[in-house]
Design a protein. Structure first.
Length: 335
């Protein structure tokens, strides 16, 4: 296991598509947004793509719901820019039909008839091809002078349990099309997804289920030859007690009288005993959580990939906190 703890240039030189996945509740969208900000710092232009239709990016950047077009949502340190796109499956399918079959008018008619939902229900692999295809197109798109429009693209991807199936679109369309535009499009997507320009990063908490899903996801991606990126540990609780204090708290041997004296010294004379008792319980819980985190860190050591750690933000998540997380990722070499 490689643990990045000091500042360096970046662990992902040459990577232009950063796919971010993680178990639900791990803060996957927040980490994807922070990574986009980190990558944009220093004057770069980055696109942040959402594929699940939850408008989580708009909430994070405190802006109106995103339409199906690329909008600037943030300015990164030193002049960089973050653009965002919430991919709408229906609009993307119409765009797909127009691009490959010249059927834009027919696509709109299909939408009105509800055929779009029908098609993506009976052929869910096609839906994934459309979503990943739109993202890979953004990676490949160039200016007239031949330079890439975006220096990097970050995809807020589906959860860990679905990520291998979502990205491995060639297998998903094998039963739909052996030849033709659908197959050609899937092949083009896979050239991007399987290339050294792509990395799939896993977001986890230091808890048993998210860590297990991360380990399983890394294994599954490796099995099908998809590029595994780093592991980003989110919302780590930093110990506030030293080793002796943690041991005493875990064993229930804290000196409660000393805590009472400390409470009184802080000017809380009234109810000092009750406050001290409550603090002892909190300390025991803190010791238990710290031990759990250490155990899960040891399990993650089996994943031989770069690892980054983001702290639990004391004031909760807001735009300022997002910039703090972006800075932490840059300091550790993730961007």
């Amino acid at each position: 296991m490689v643990d990045r703890v000091s500042a360096r240039d970046t662990d992902w030189d040459g990577v232009r598509l950063h796919v971010v996945t993680g178990k639900g509740g791990t803060g996957k969208t927040t980490v994807a947004a922070a990574l986009a900000l980190a990558l944009a710092a220093g004057g770069r232009k980055v696109l942040l793509v959402e594929v699940e239709g939850r408008q989580g990016i708009a909430q994070l950047f405190d802006c109106p719901p995103l339409p199906y077009e690329e909008r600037r949502v943030a300015v990164a340190p030193d002049g960089g820019e973050v653009y965002a796109l919430a991919i709408d499956t229906e609009e993307a399918l119409i765009e797909y039909l127009e691009m490959f079959y010249n059927l834009k008018r027919a696509g709109k008619a299909m939408s009105k008839l509800g055929v779009v939902d029908f098609v993506t229900t009976i052929a869910p692999g096609l839906r994934d091809v459309i979503l990943t295809g739109k993202t890979s197109e953004s990676v490949r798109r160039k200016e007239k002078d031949g330079s890439f429009i975006y220096d990097a693209v970050v995809m807020d991807a589906p959860p860990t349990g679905r990520i291998t199936k979502f990205l491995n679109v060639n297998d998903e369309v094998s039963g739909l099309a052996k030849v033709g535009p659908v197959r050609n499009h899937a092949d083009t997507v896979m050239k991007v997804v399987r290339s050294p320009e792509t990395a799939v990063h896993f977001v986890t908490l230091l808890e048993e289920m998210p860590v297990q899903e991360t380990m399983d996801g890394v294994h599954d991606l490796t099995e099908v030859g998809l590029p595994v990126g780093g592991v980003i540990v989110n919302m780590e609780h930093r110990p506030v007690l030293d080793e002796d204090g943690l041991a005493a708290a875990a064993g229930g041997t804290l000196d409660v009288e000393e805590i009472v004296r400390g409470v009184k010294a802080a000017g809380l004379e009234h109810g000092a005993d009750a406050i001290a008792a409550h603090l002892a319980v909190e300390a025991a819980e803190h010791a238990r959580r710290t031990a759990l985190q250490r155990r899960e860190k040891e399990r993650l050591a089996a994943v031989d990939r770069p690892r980054y750690t983001l702290p639990m933000l004391a004031d909760g998540m807001d735009l300022a906190g997002l910039y703090d997380l972006a800075a932490a990722l840059r300091d550790q070499g993730a961007a």
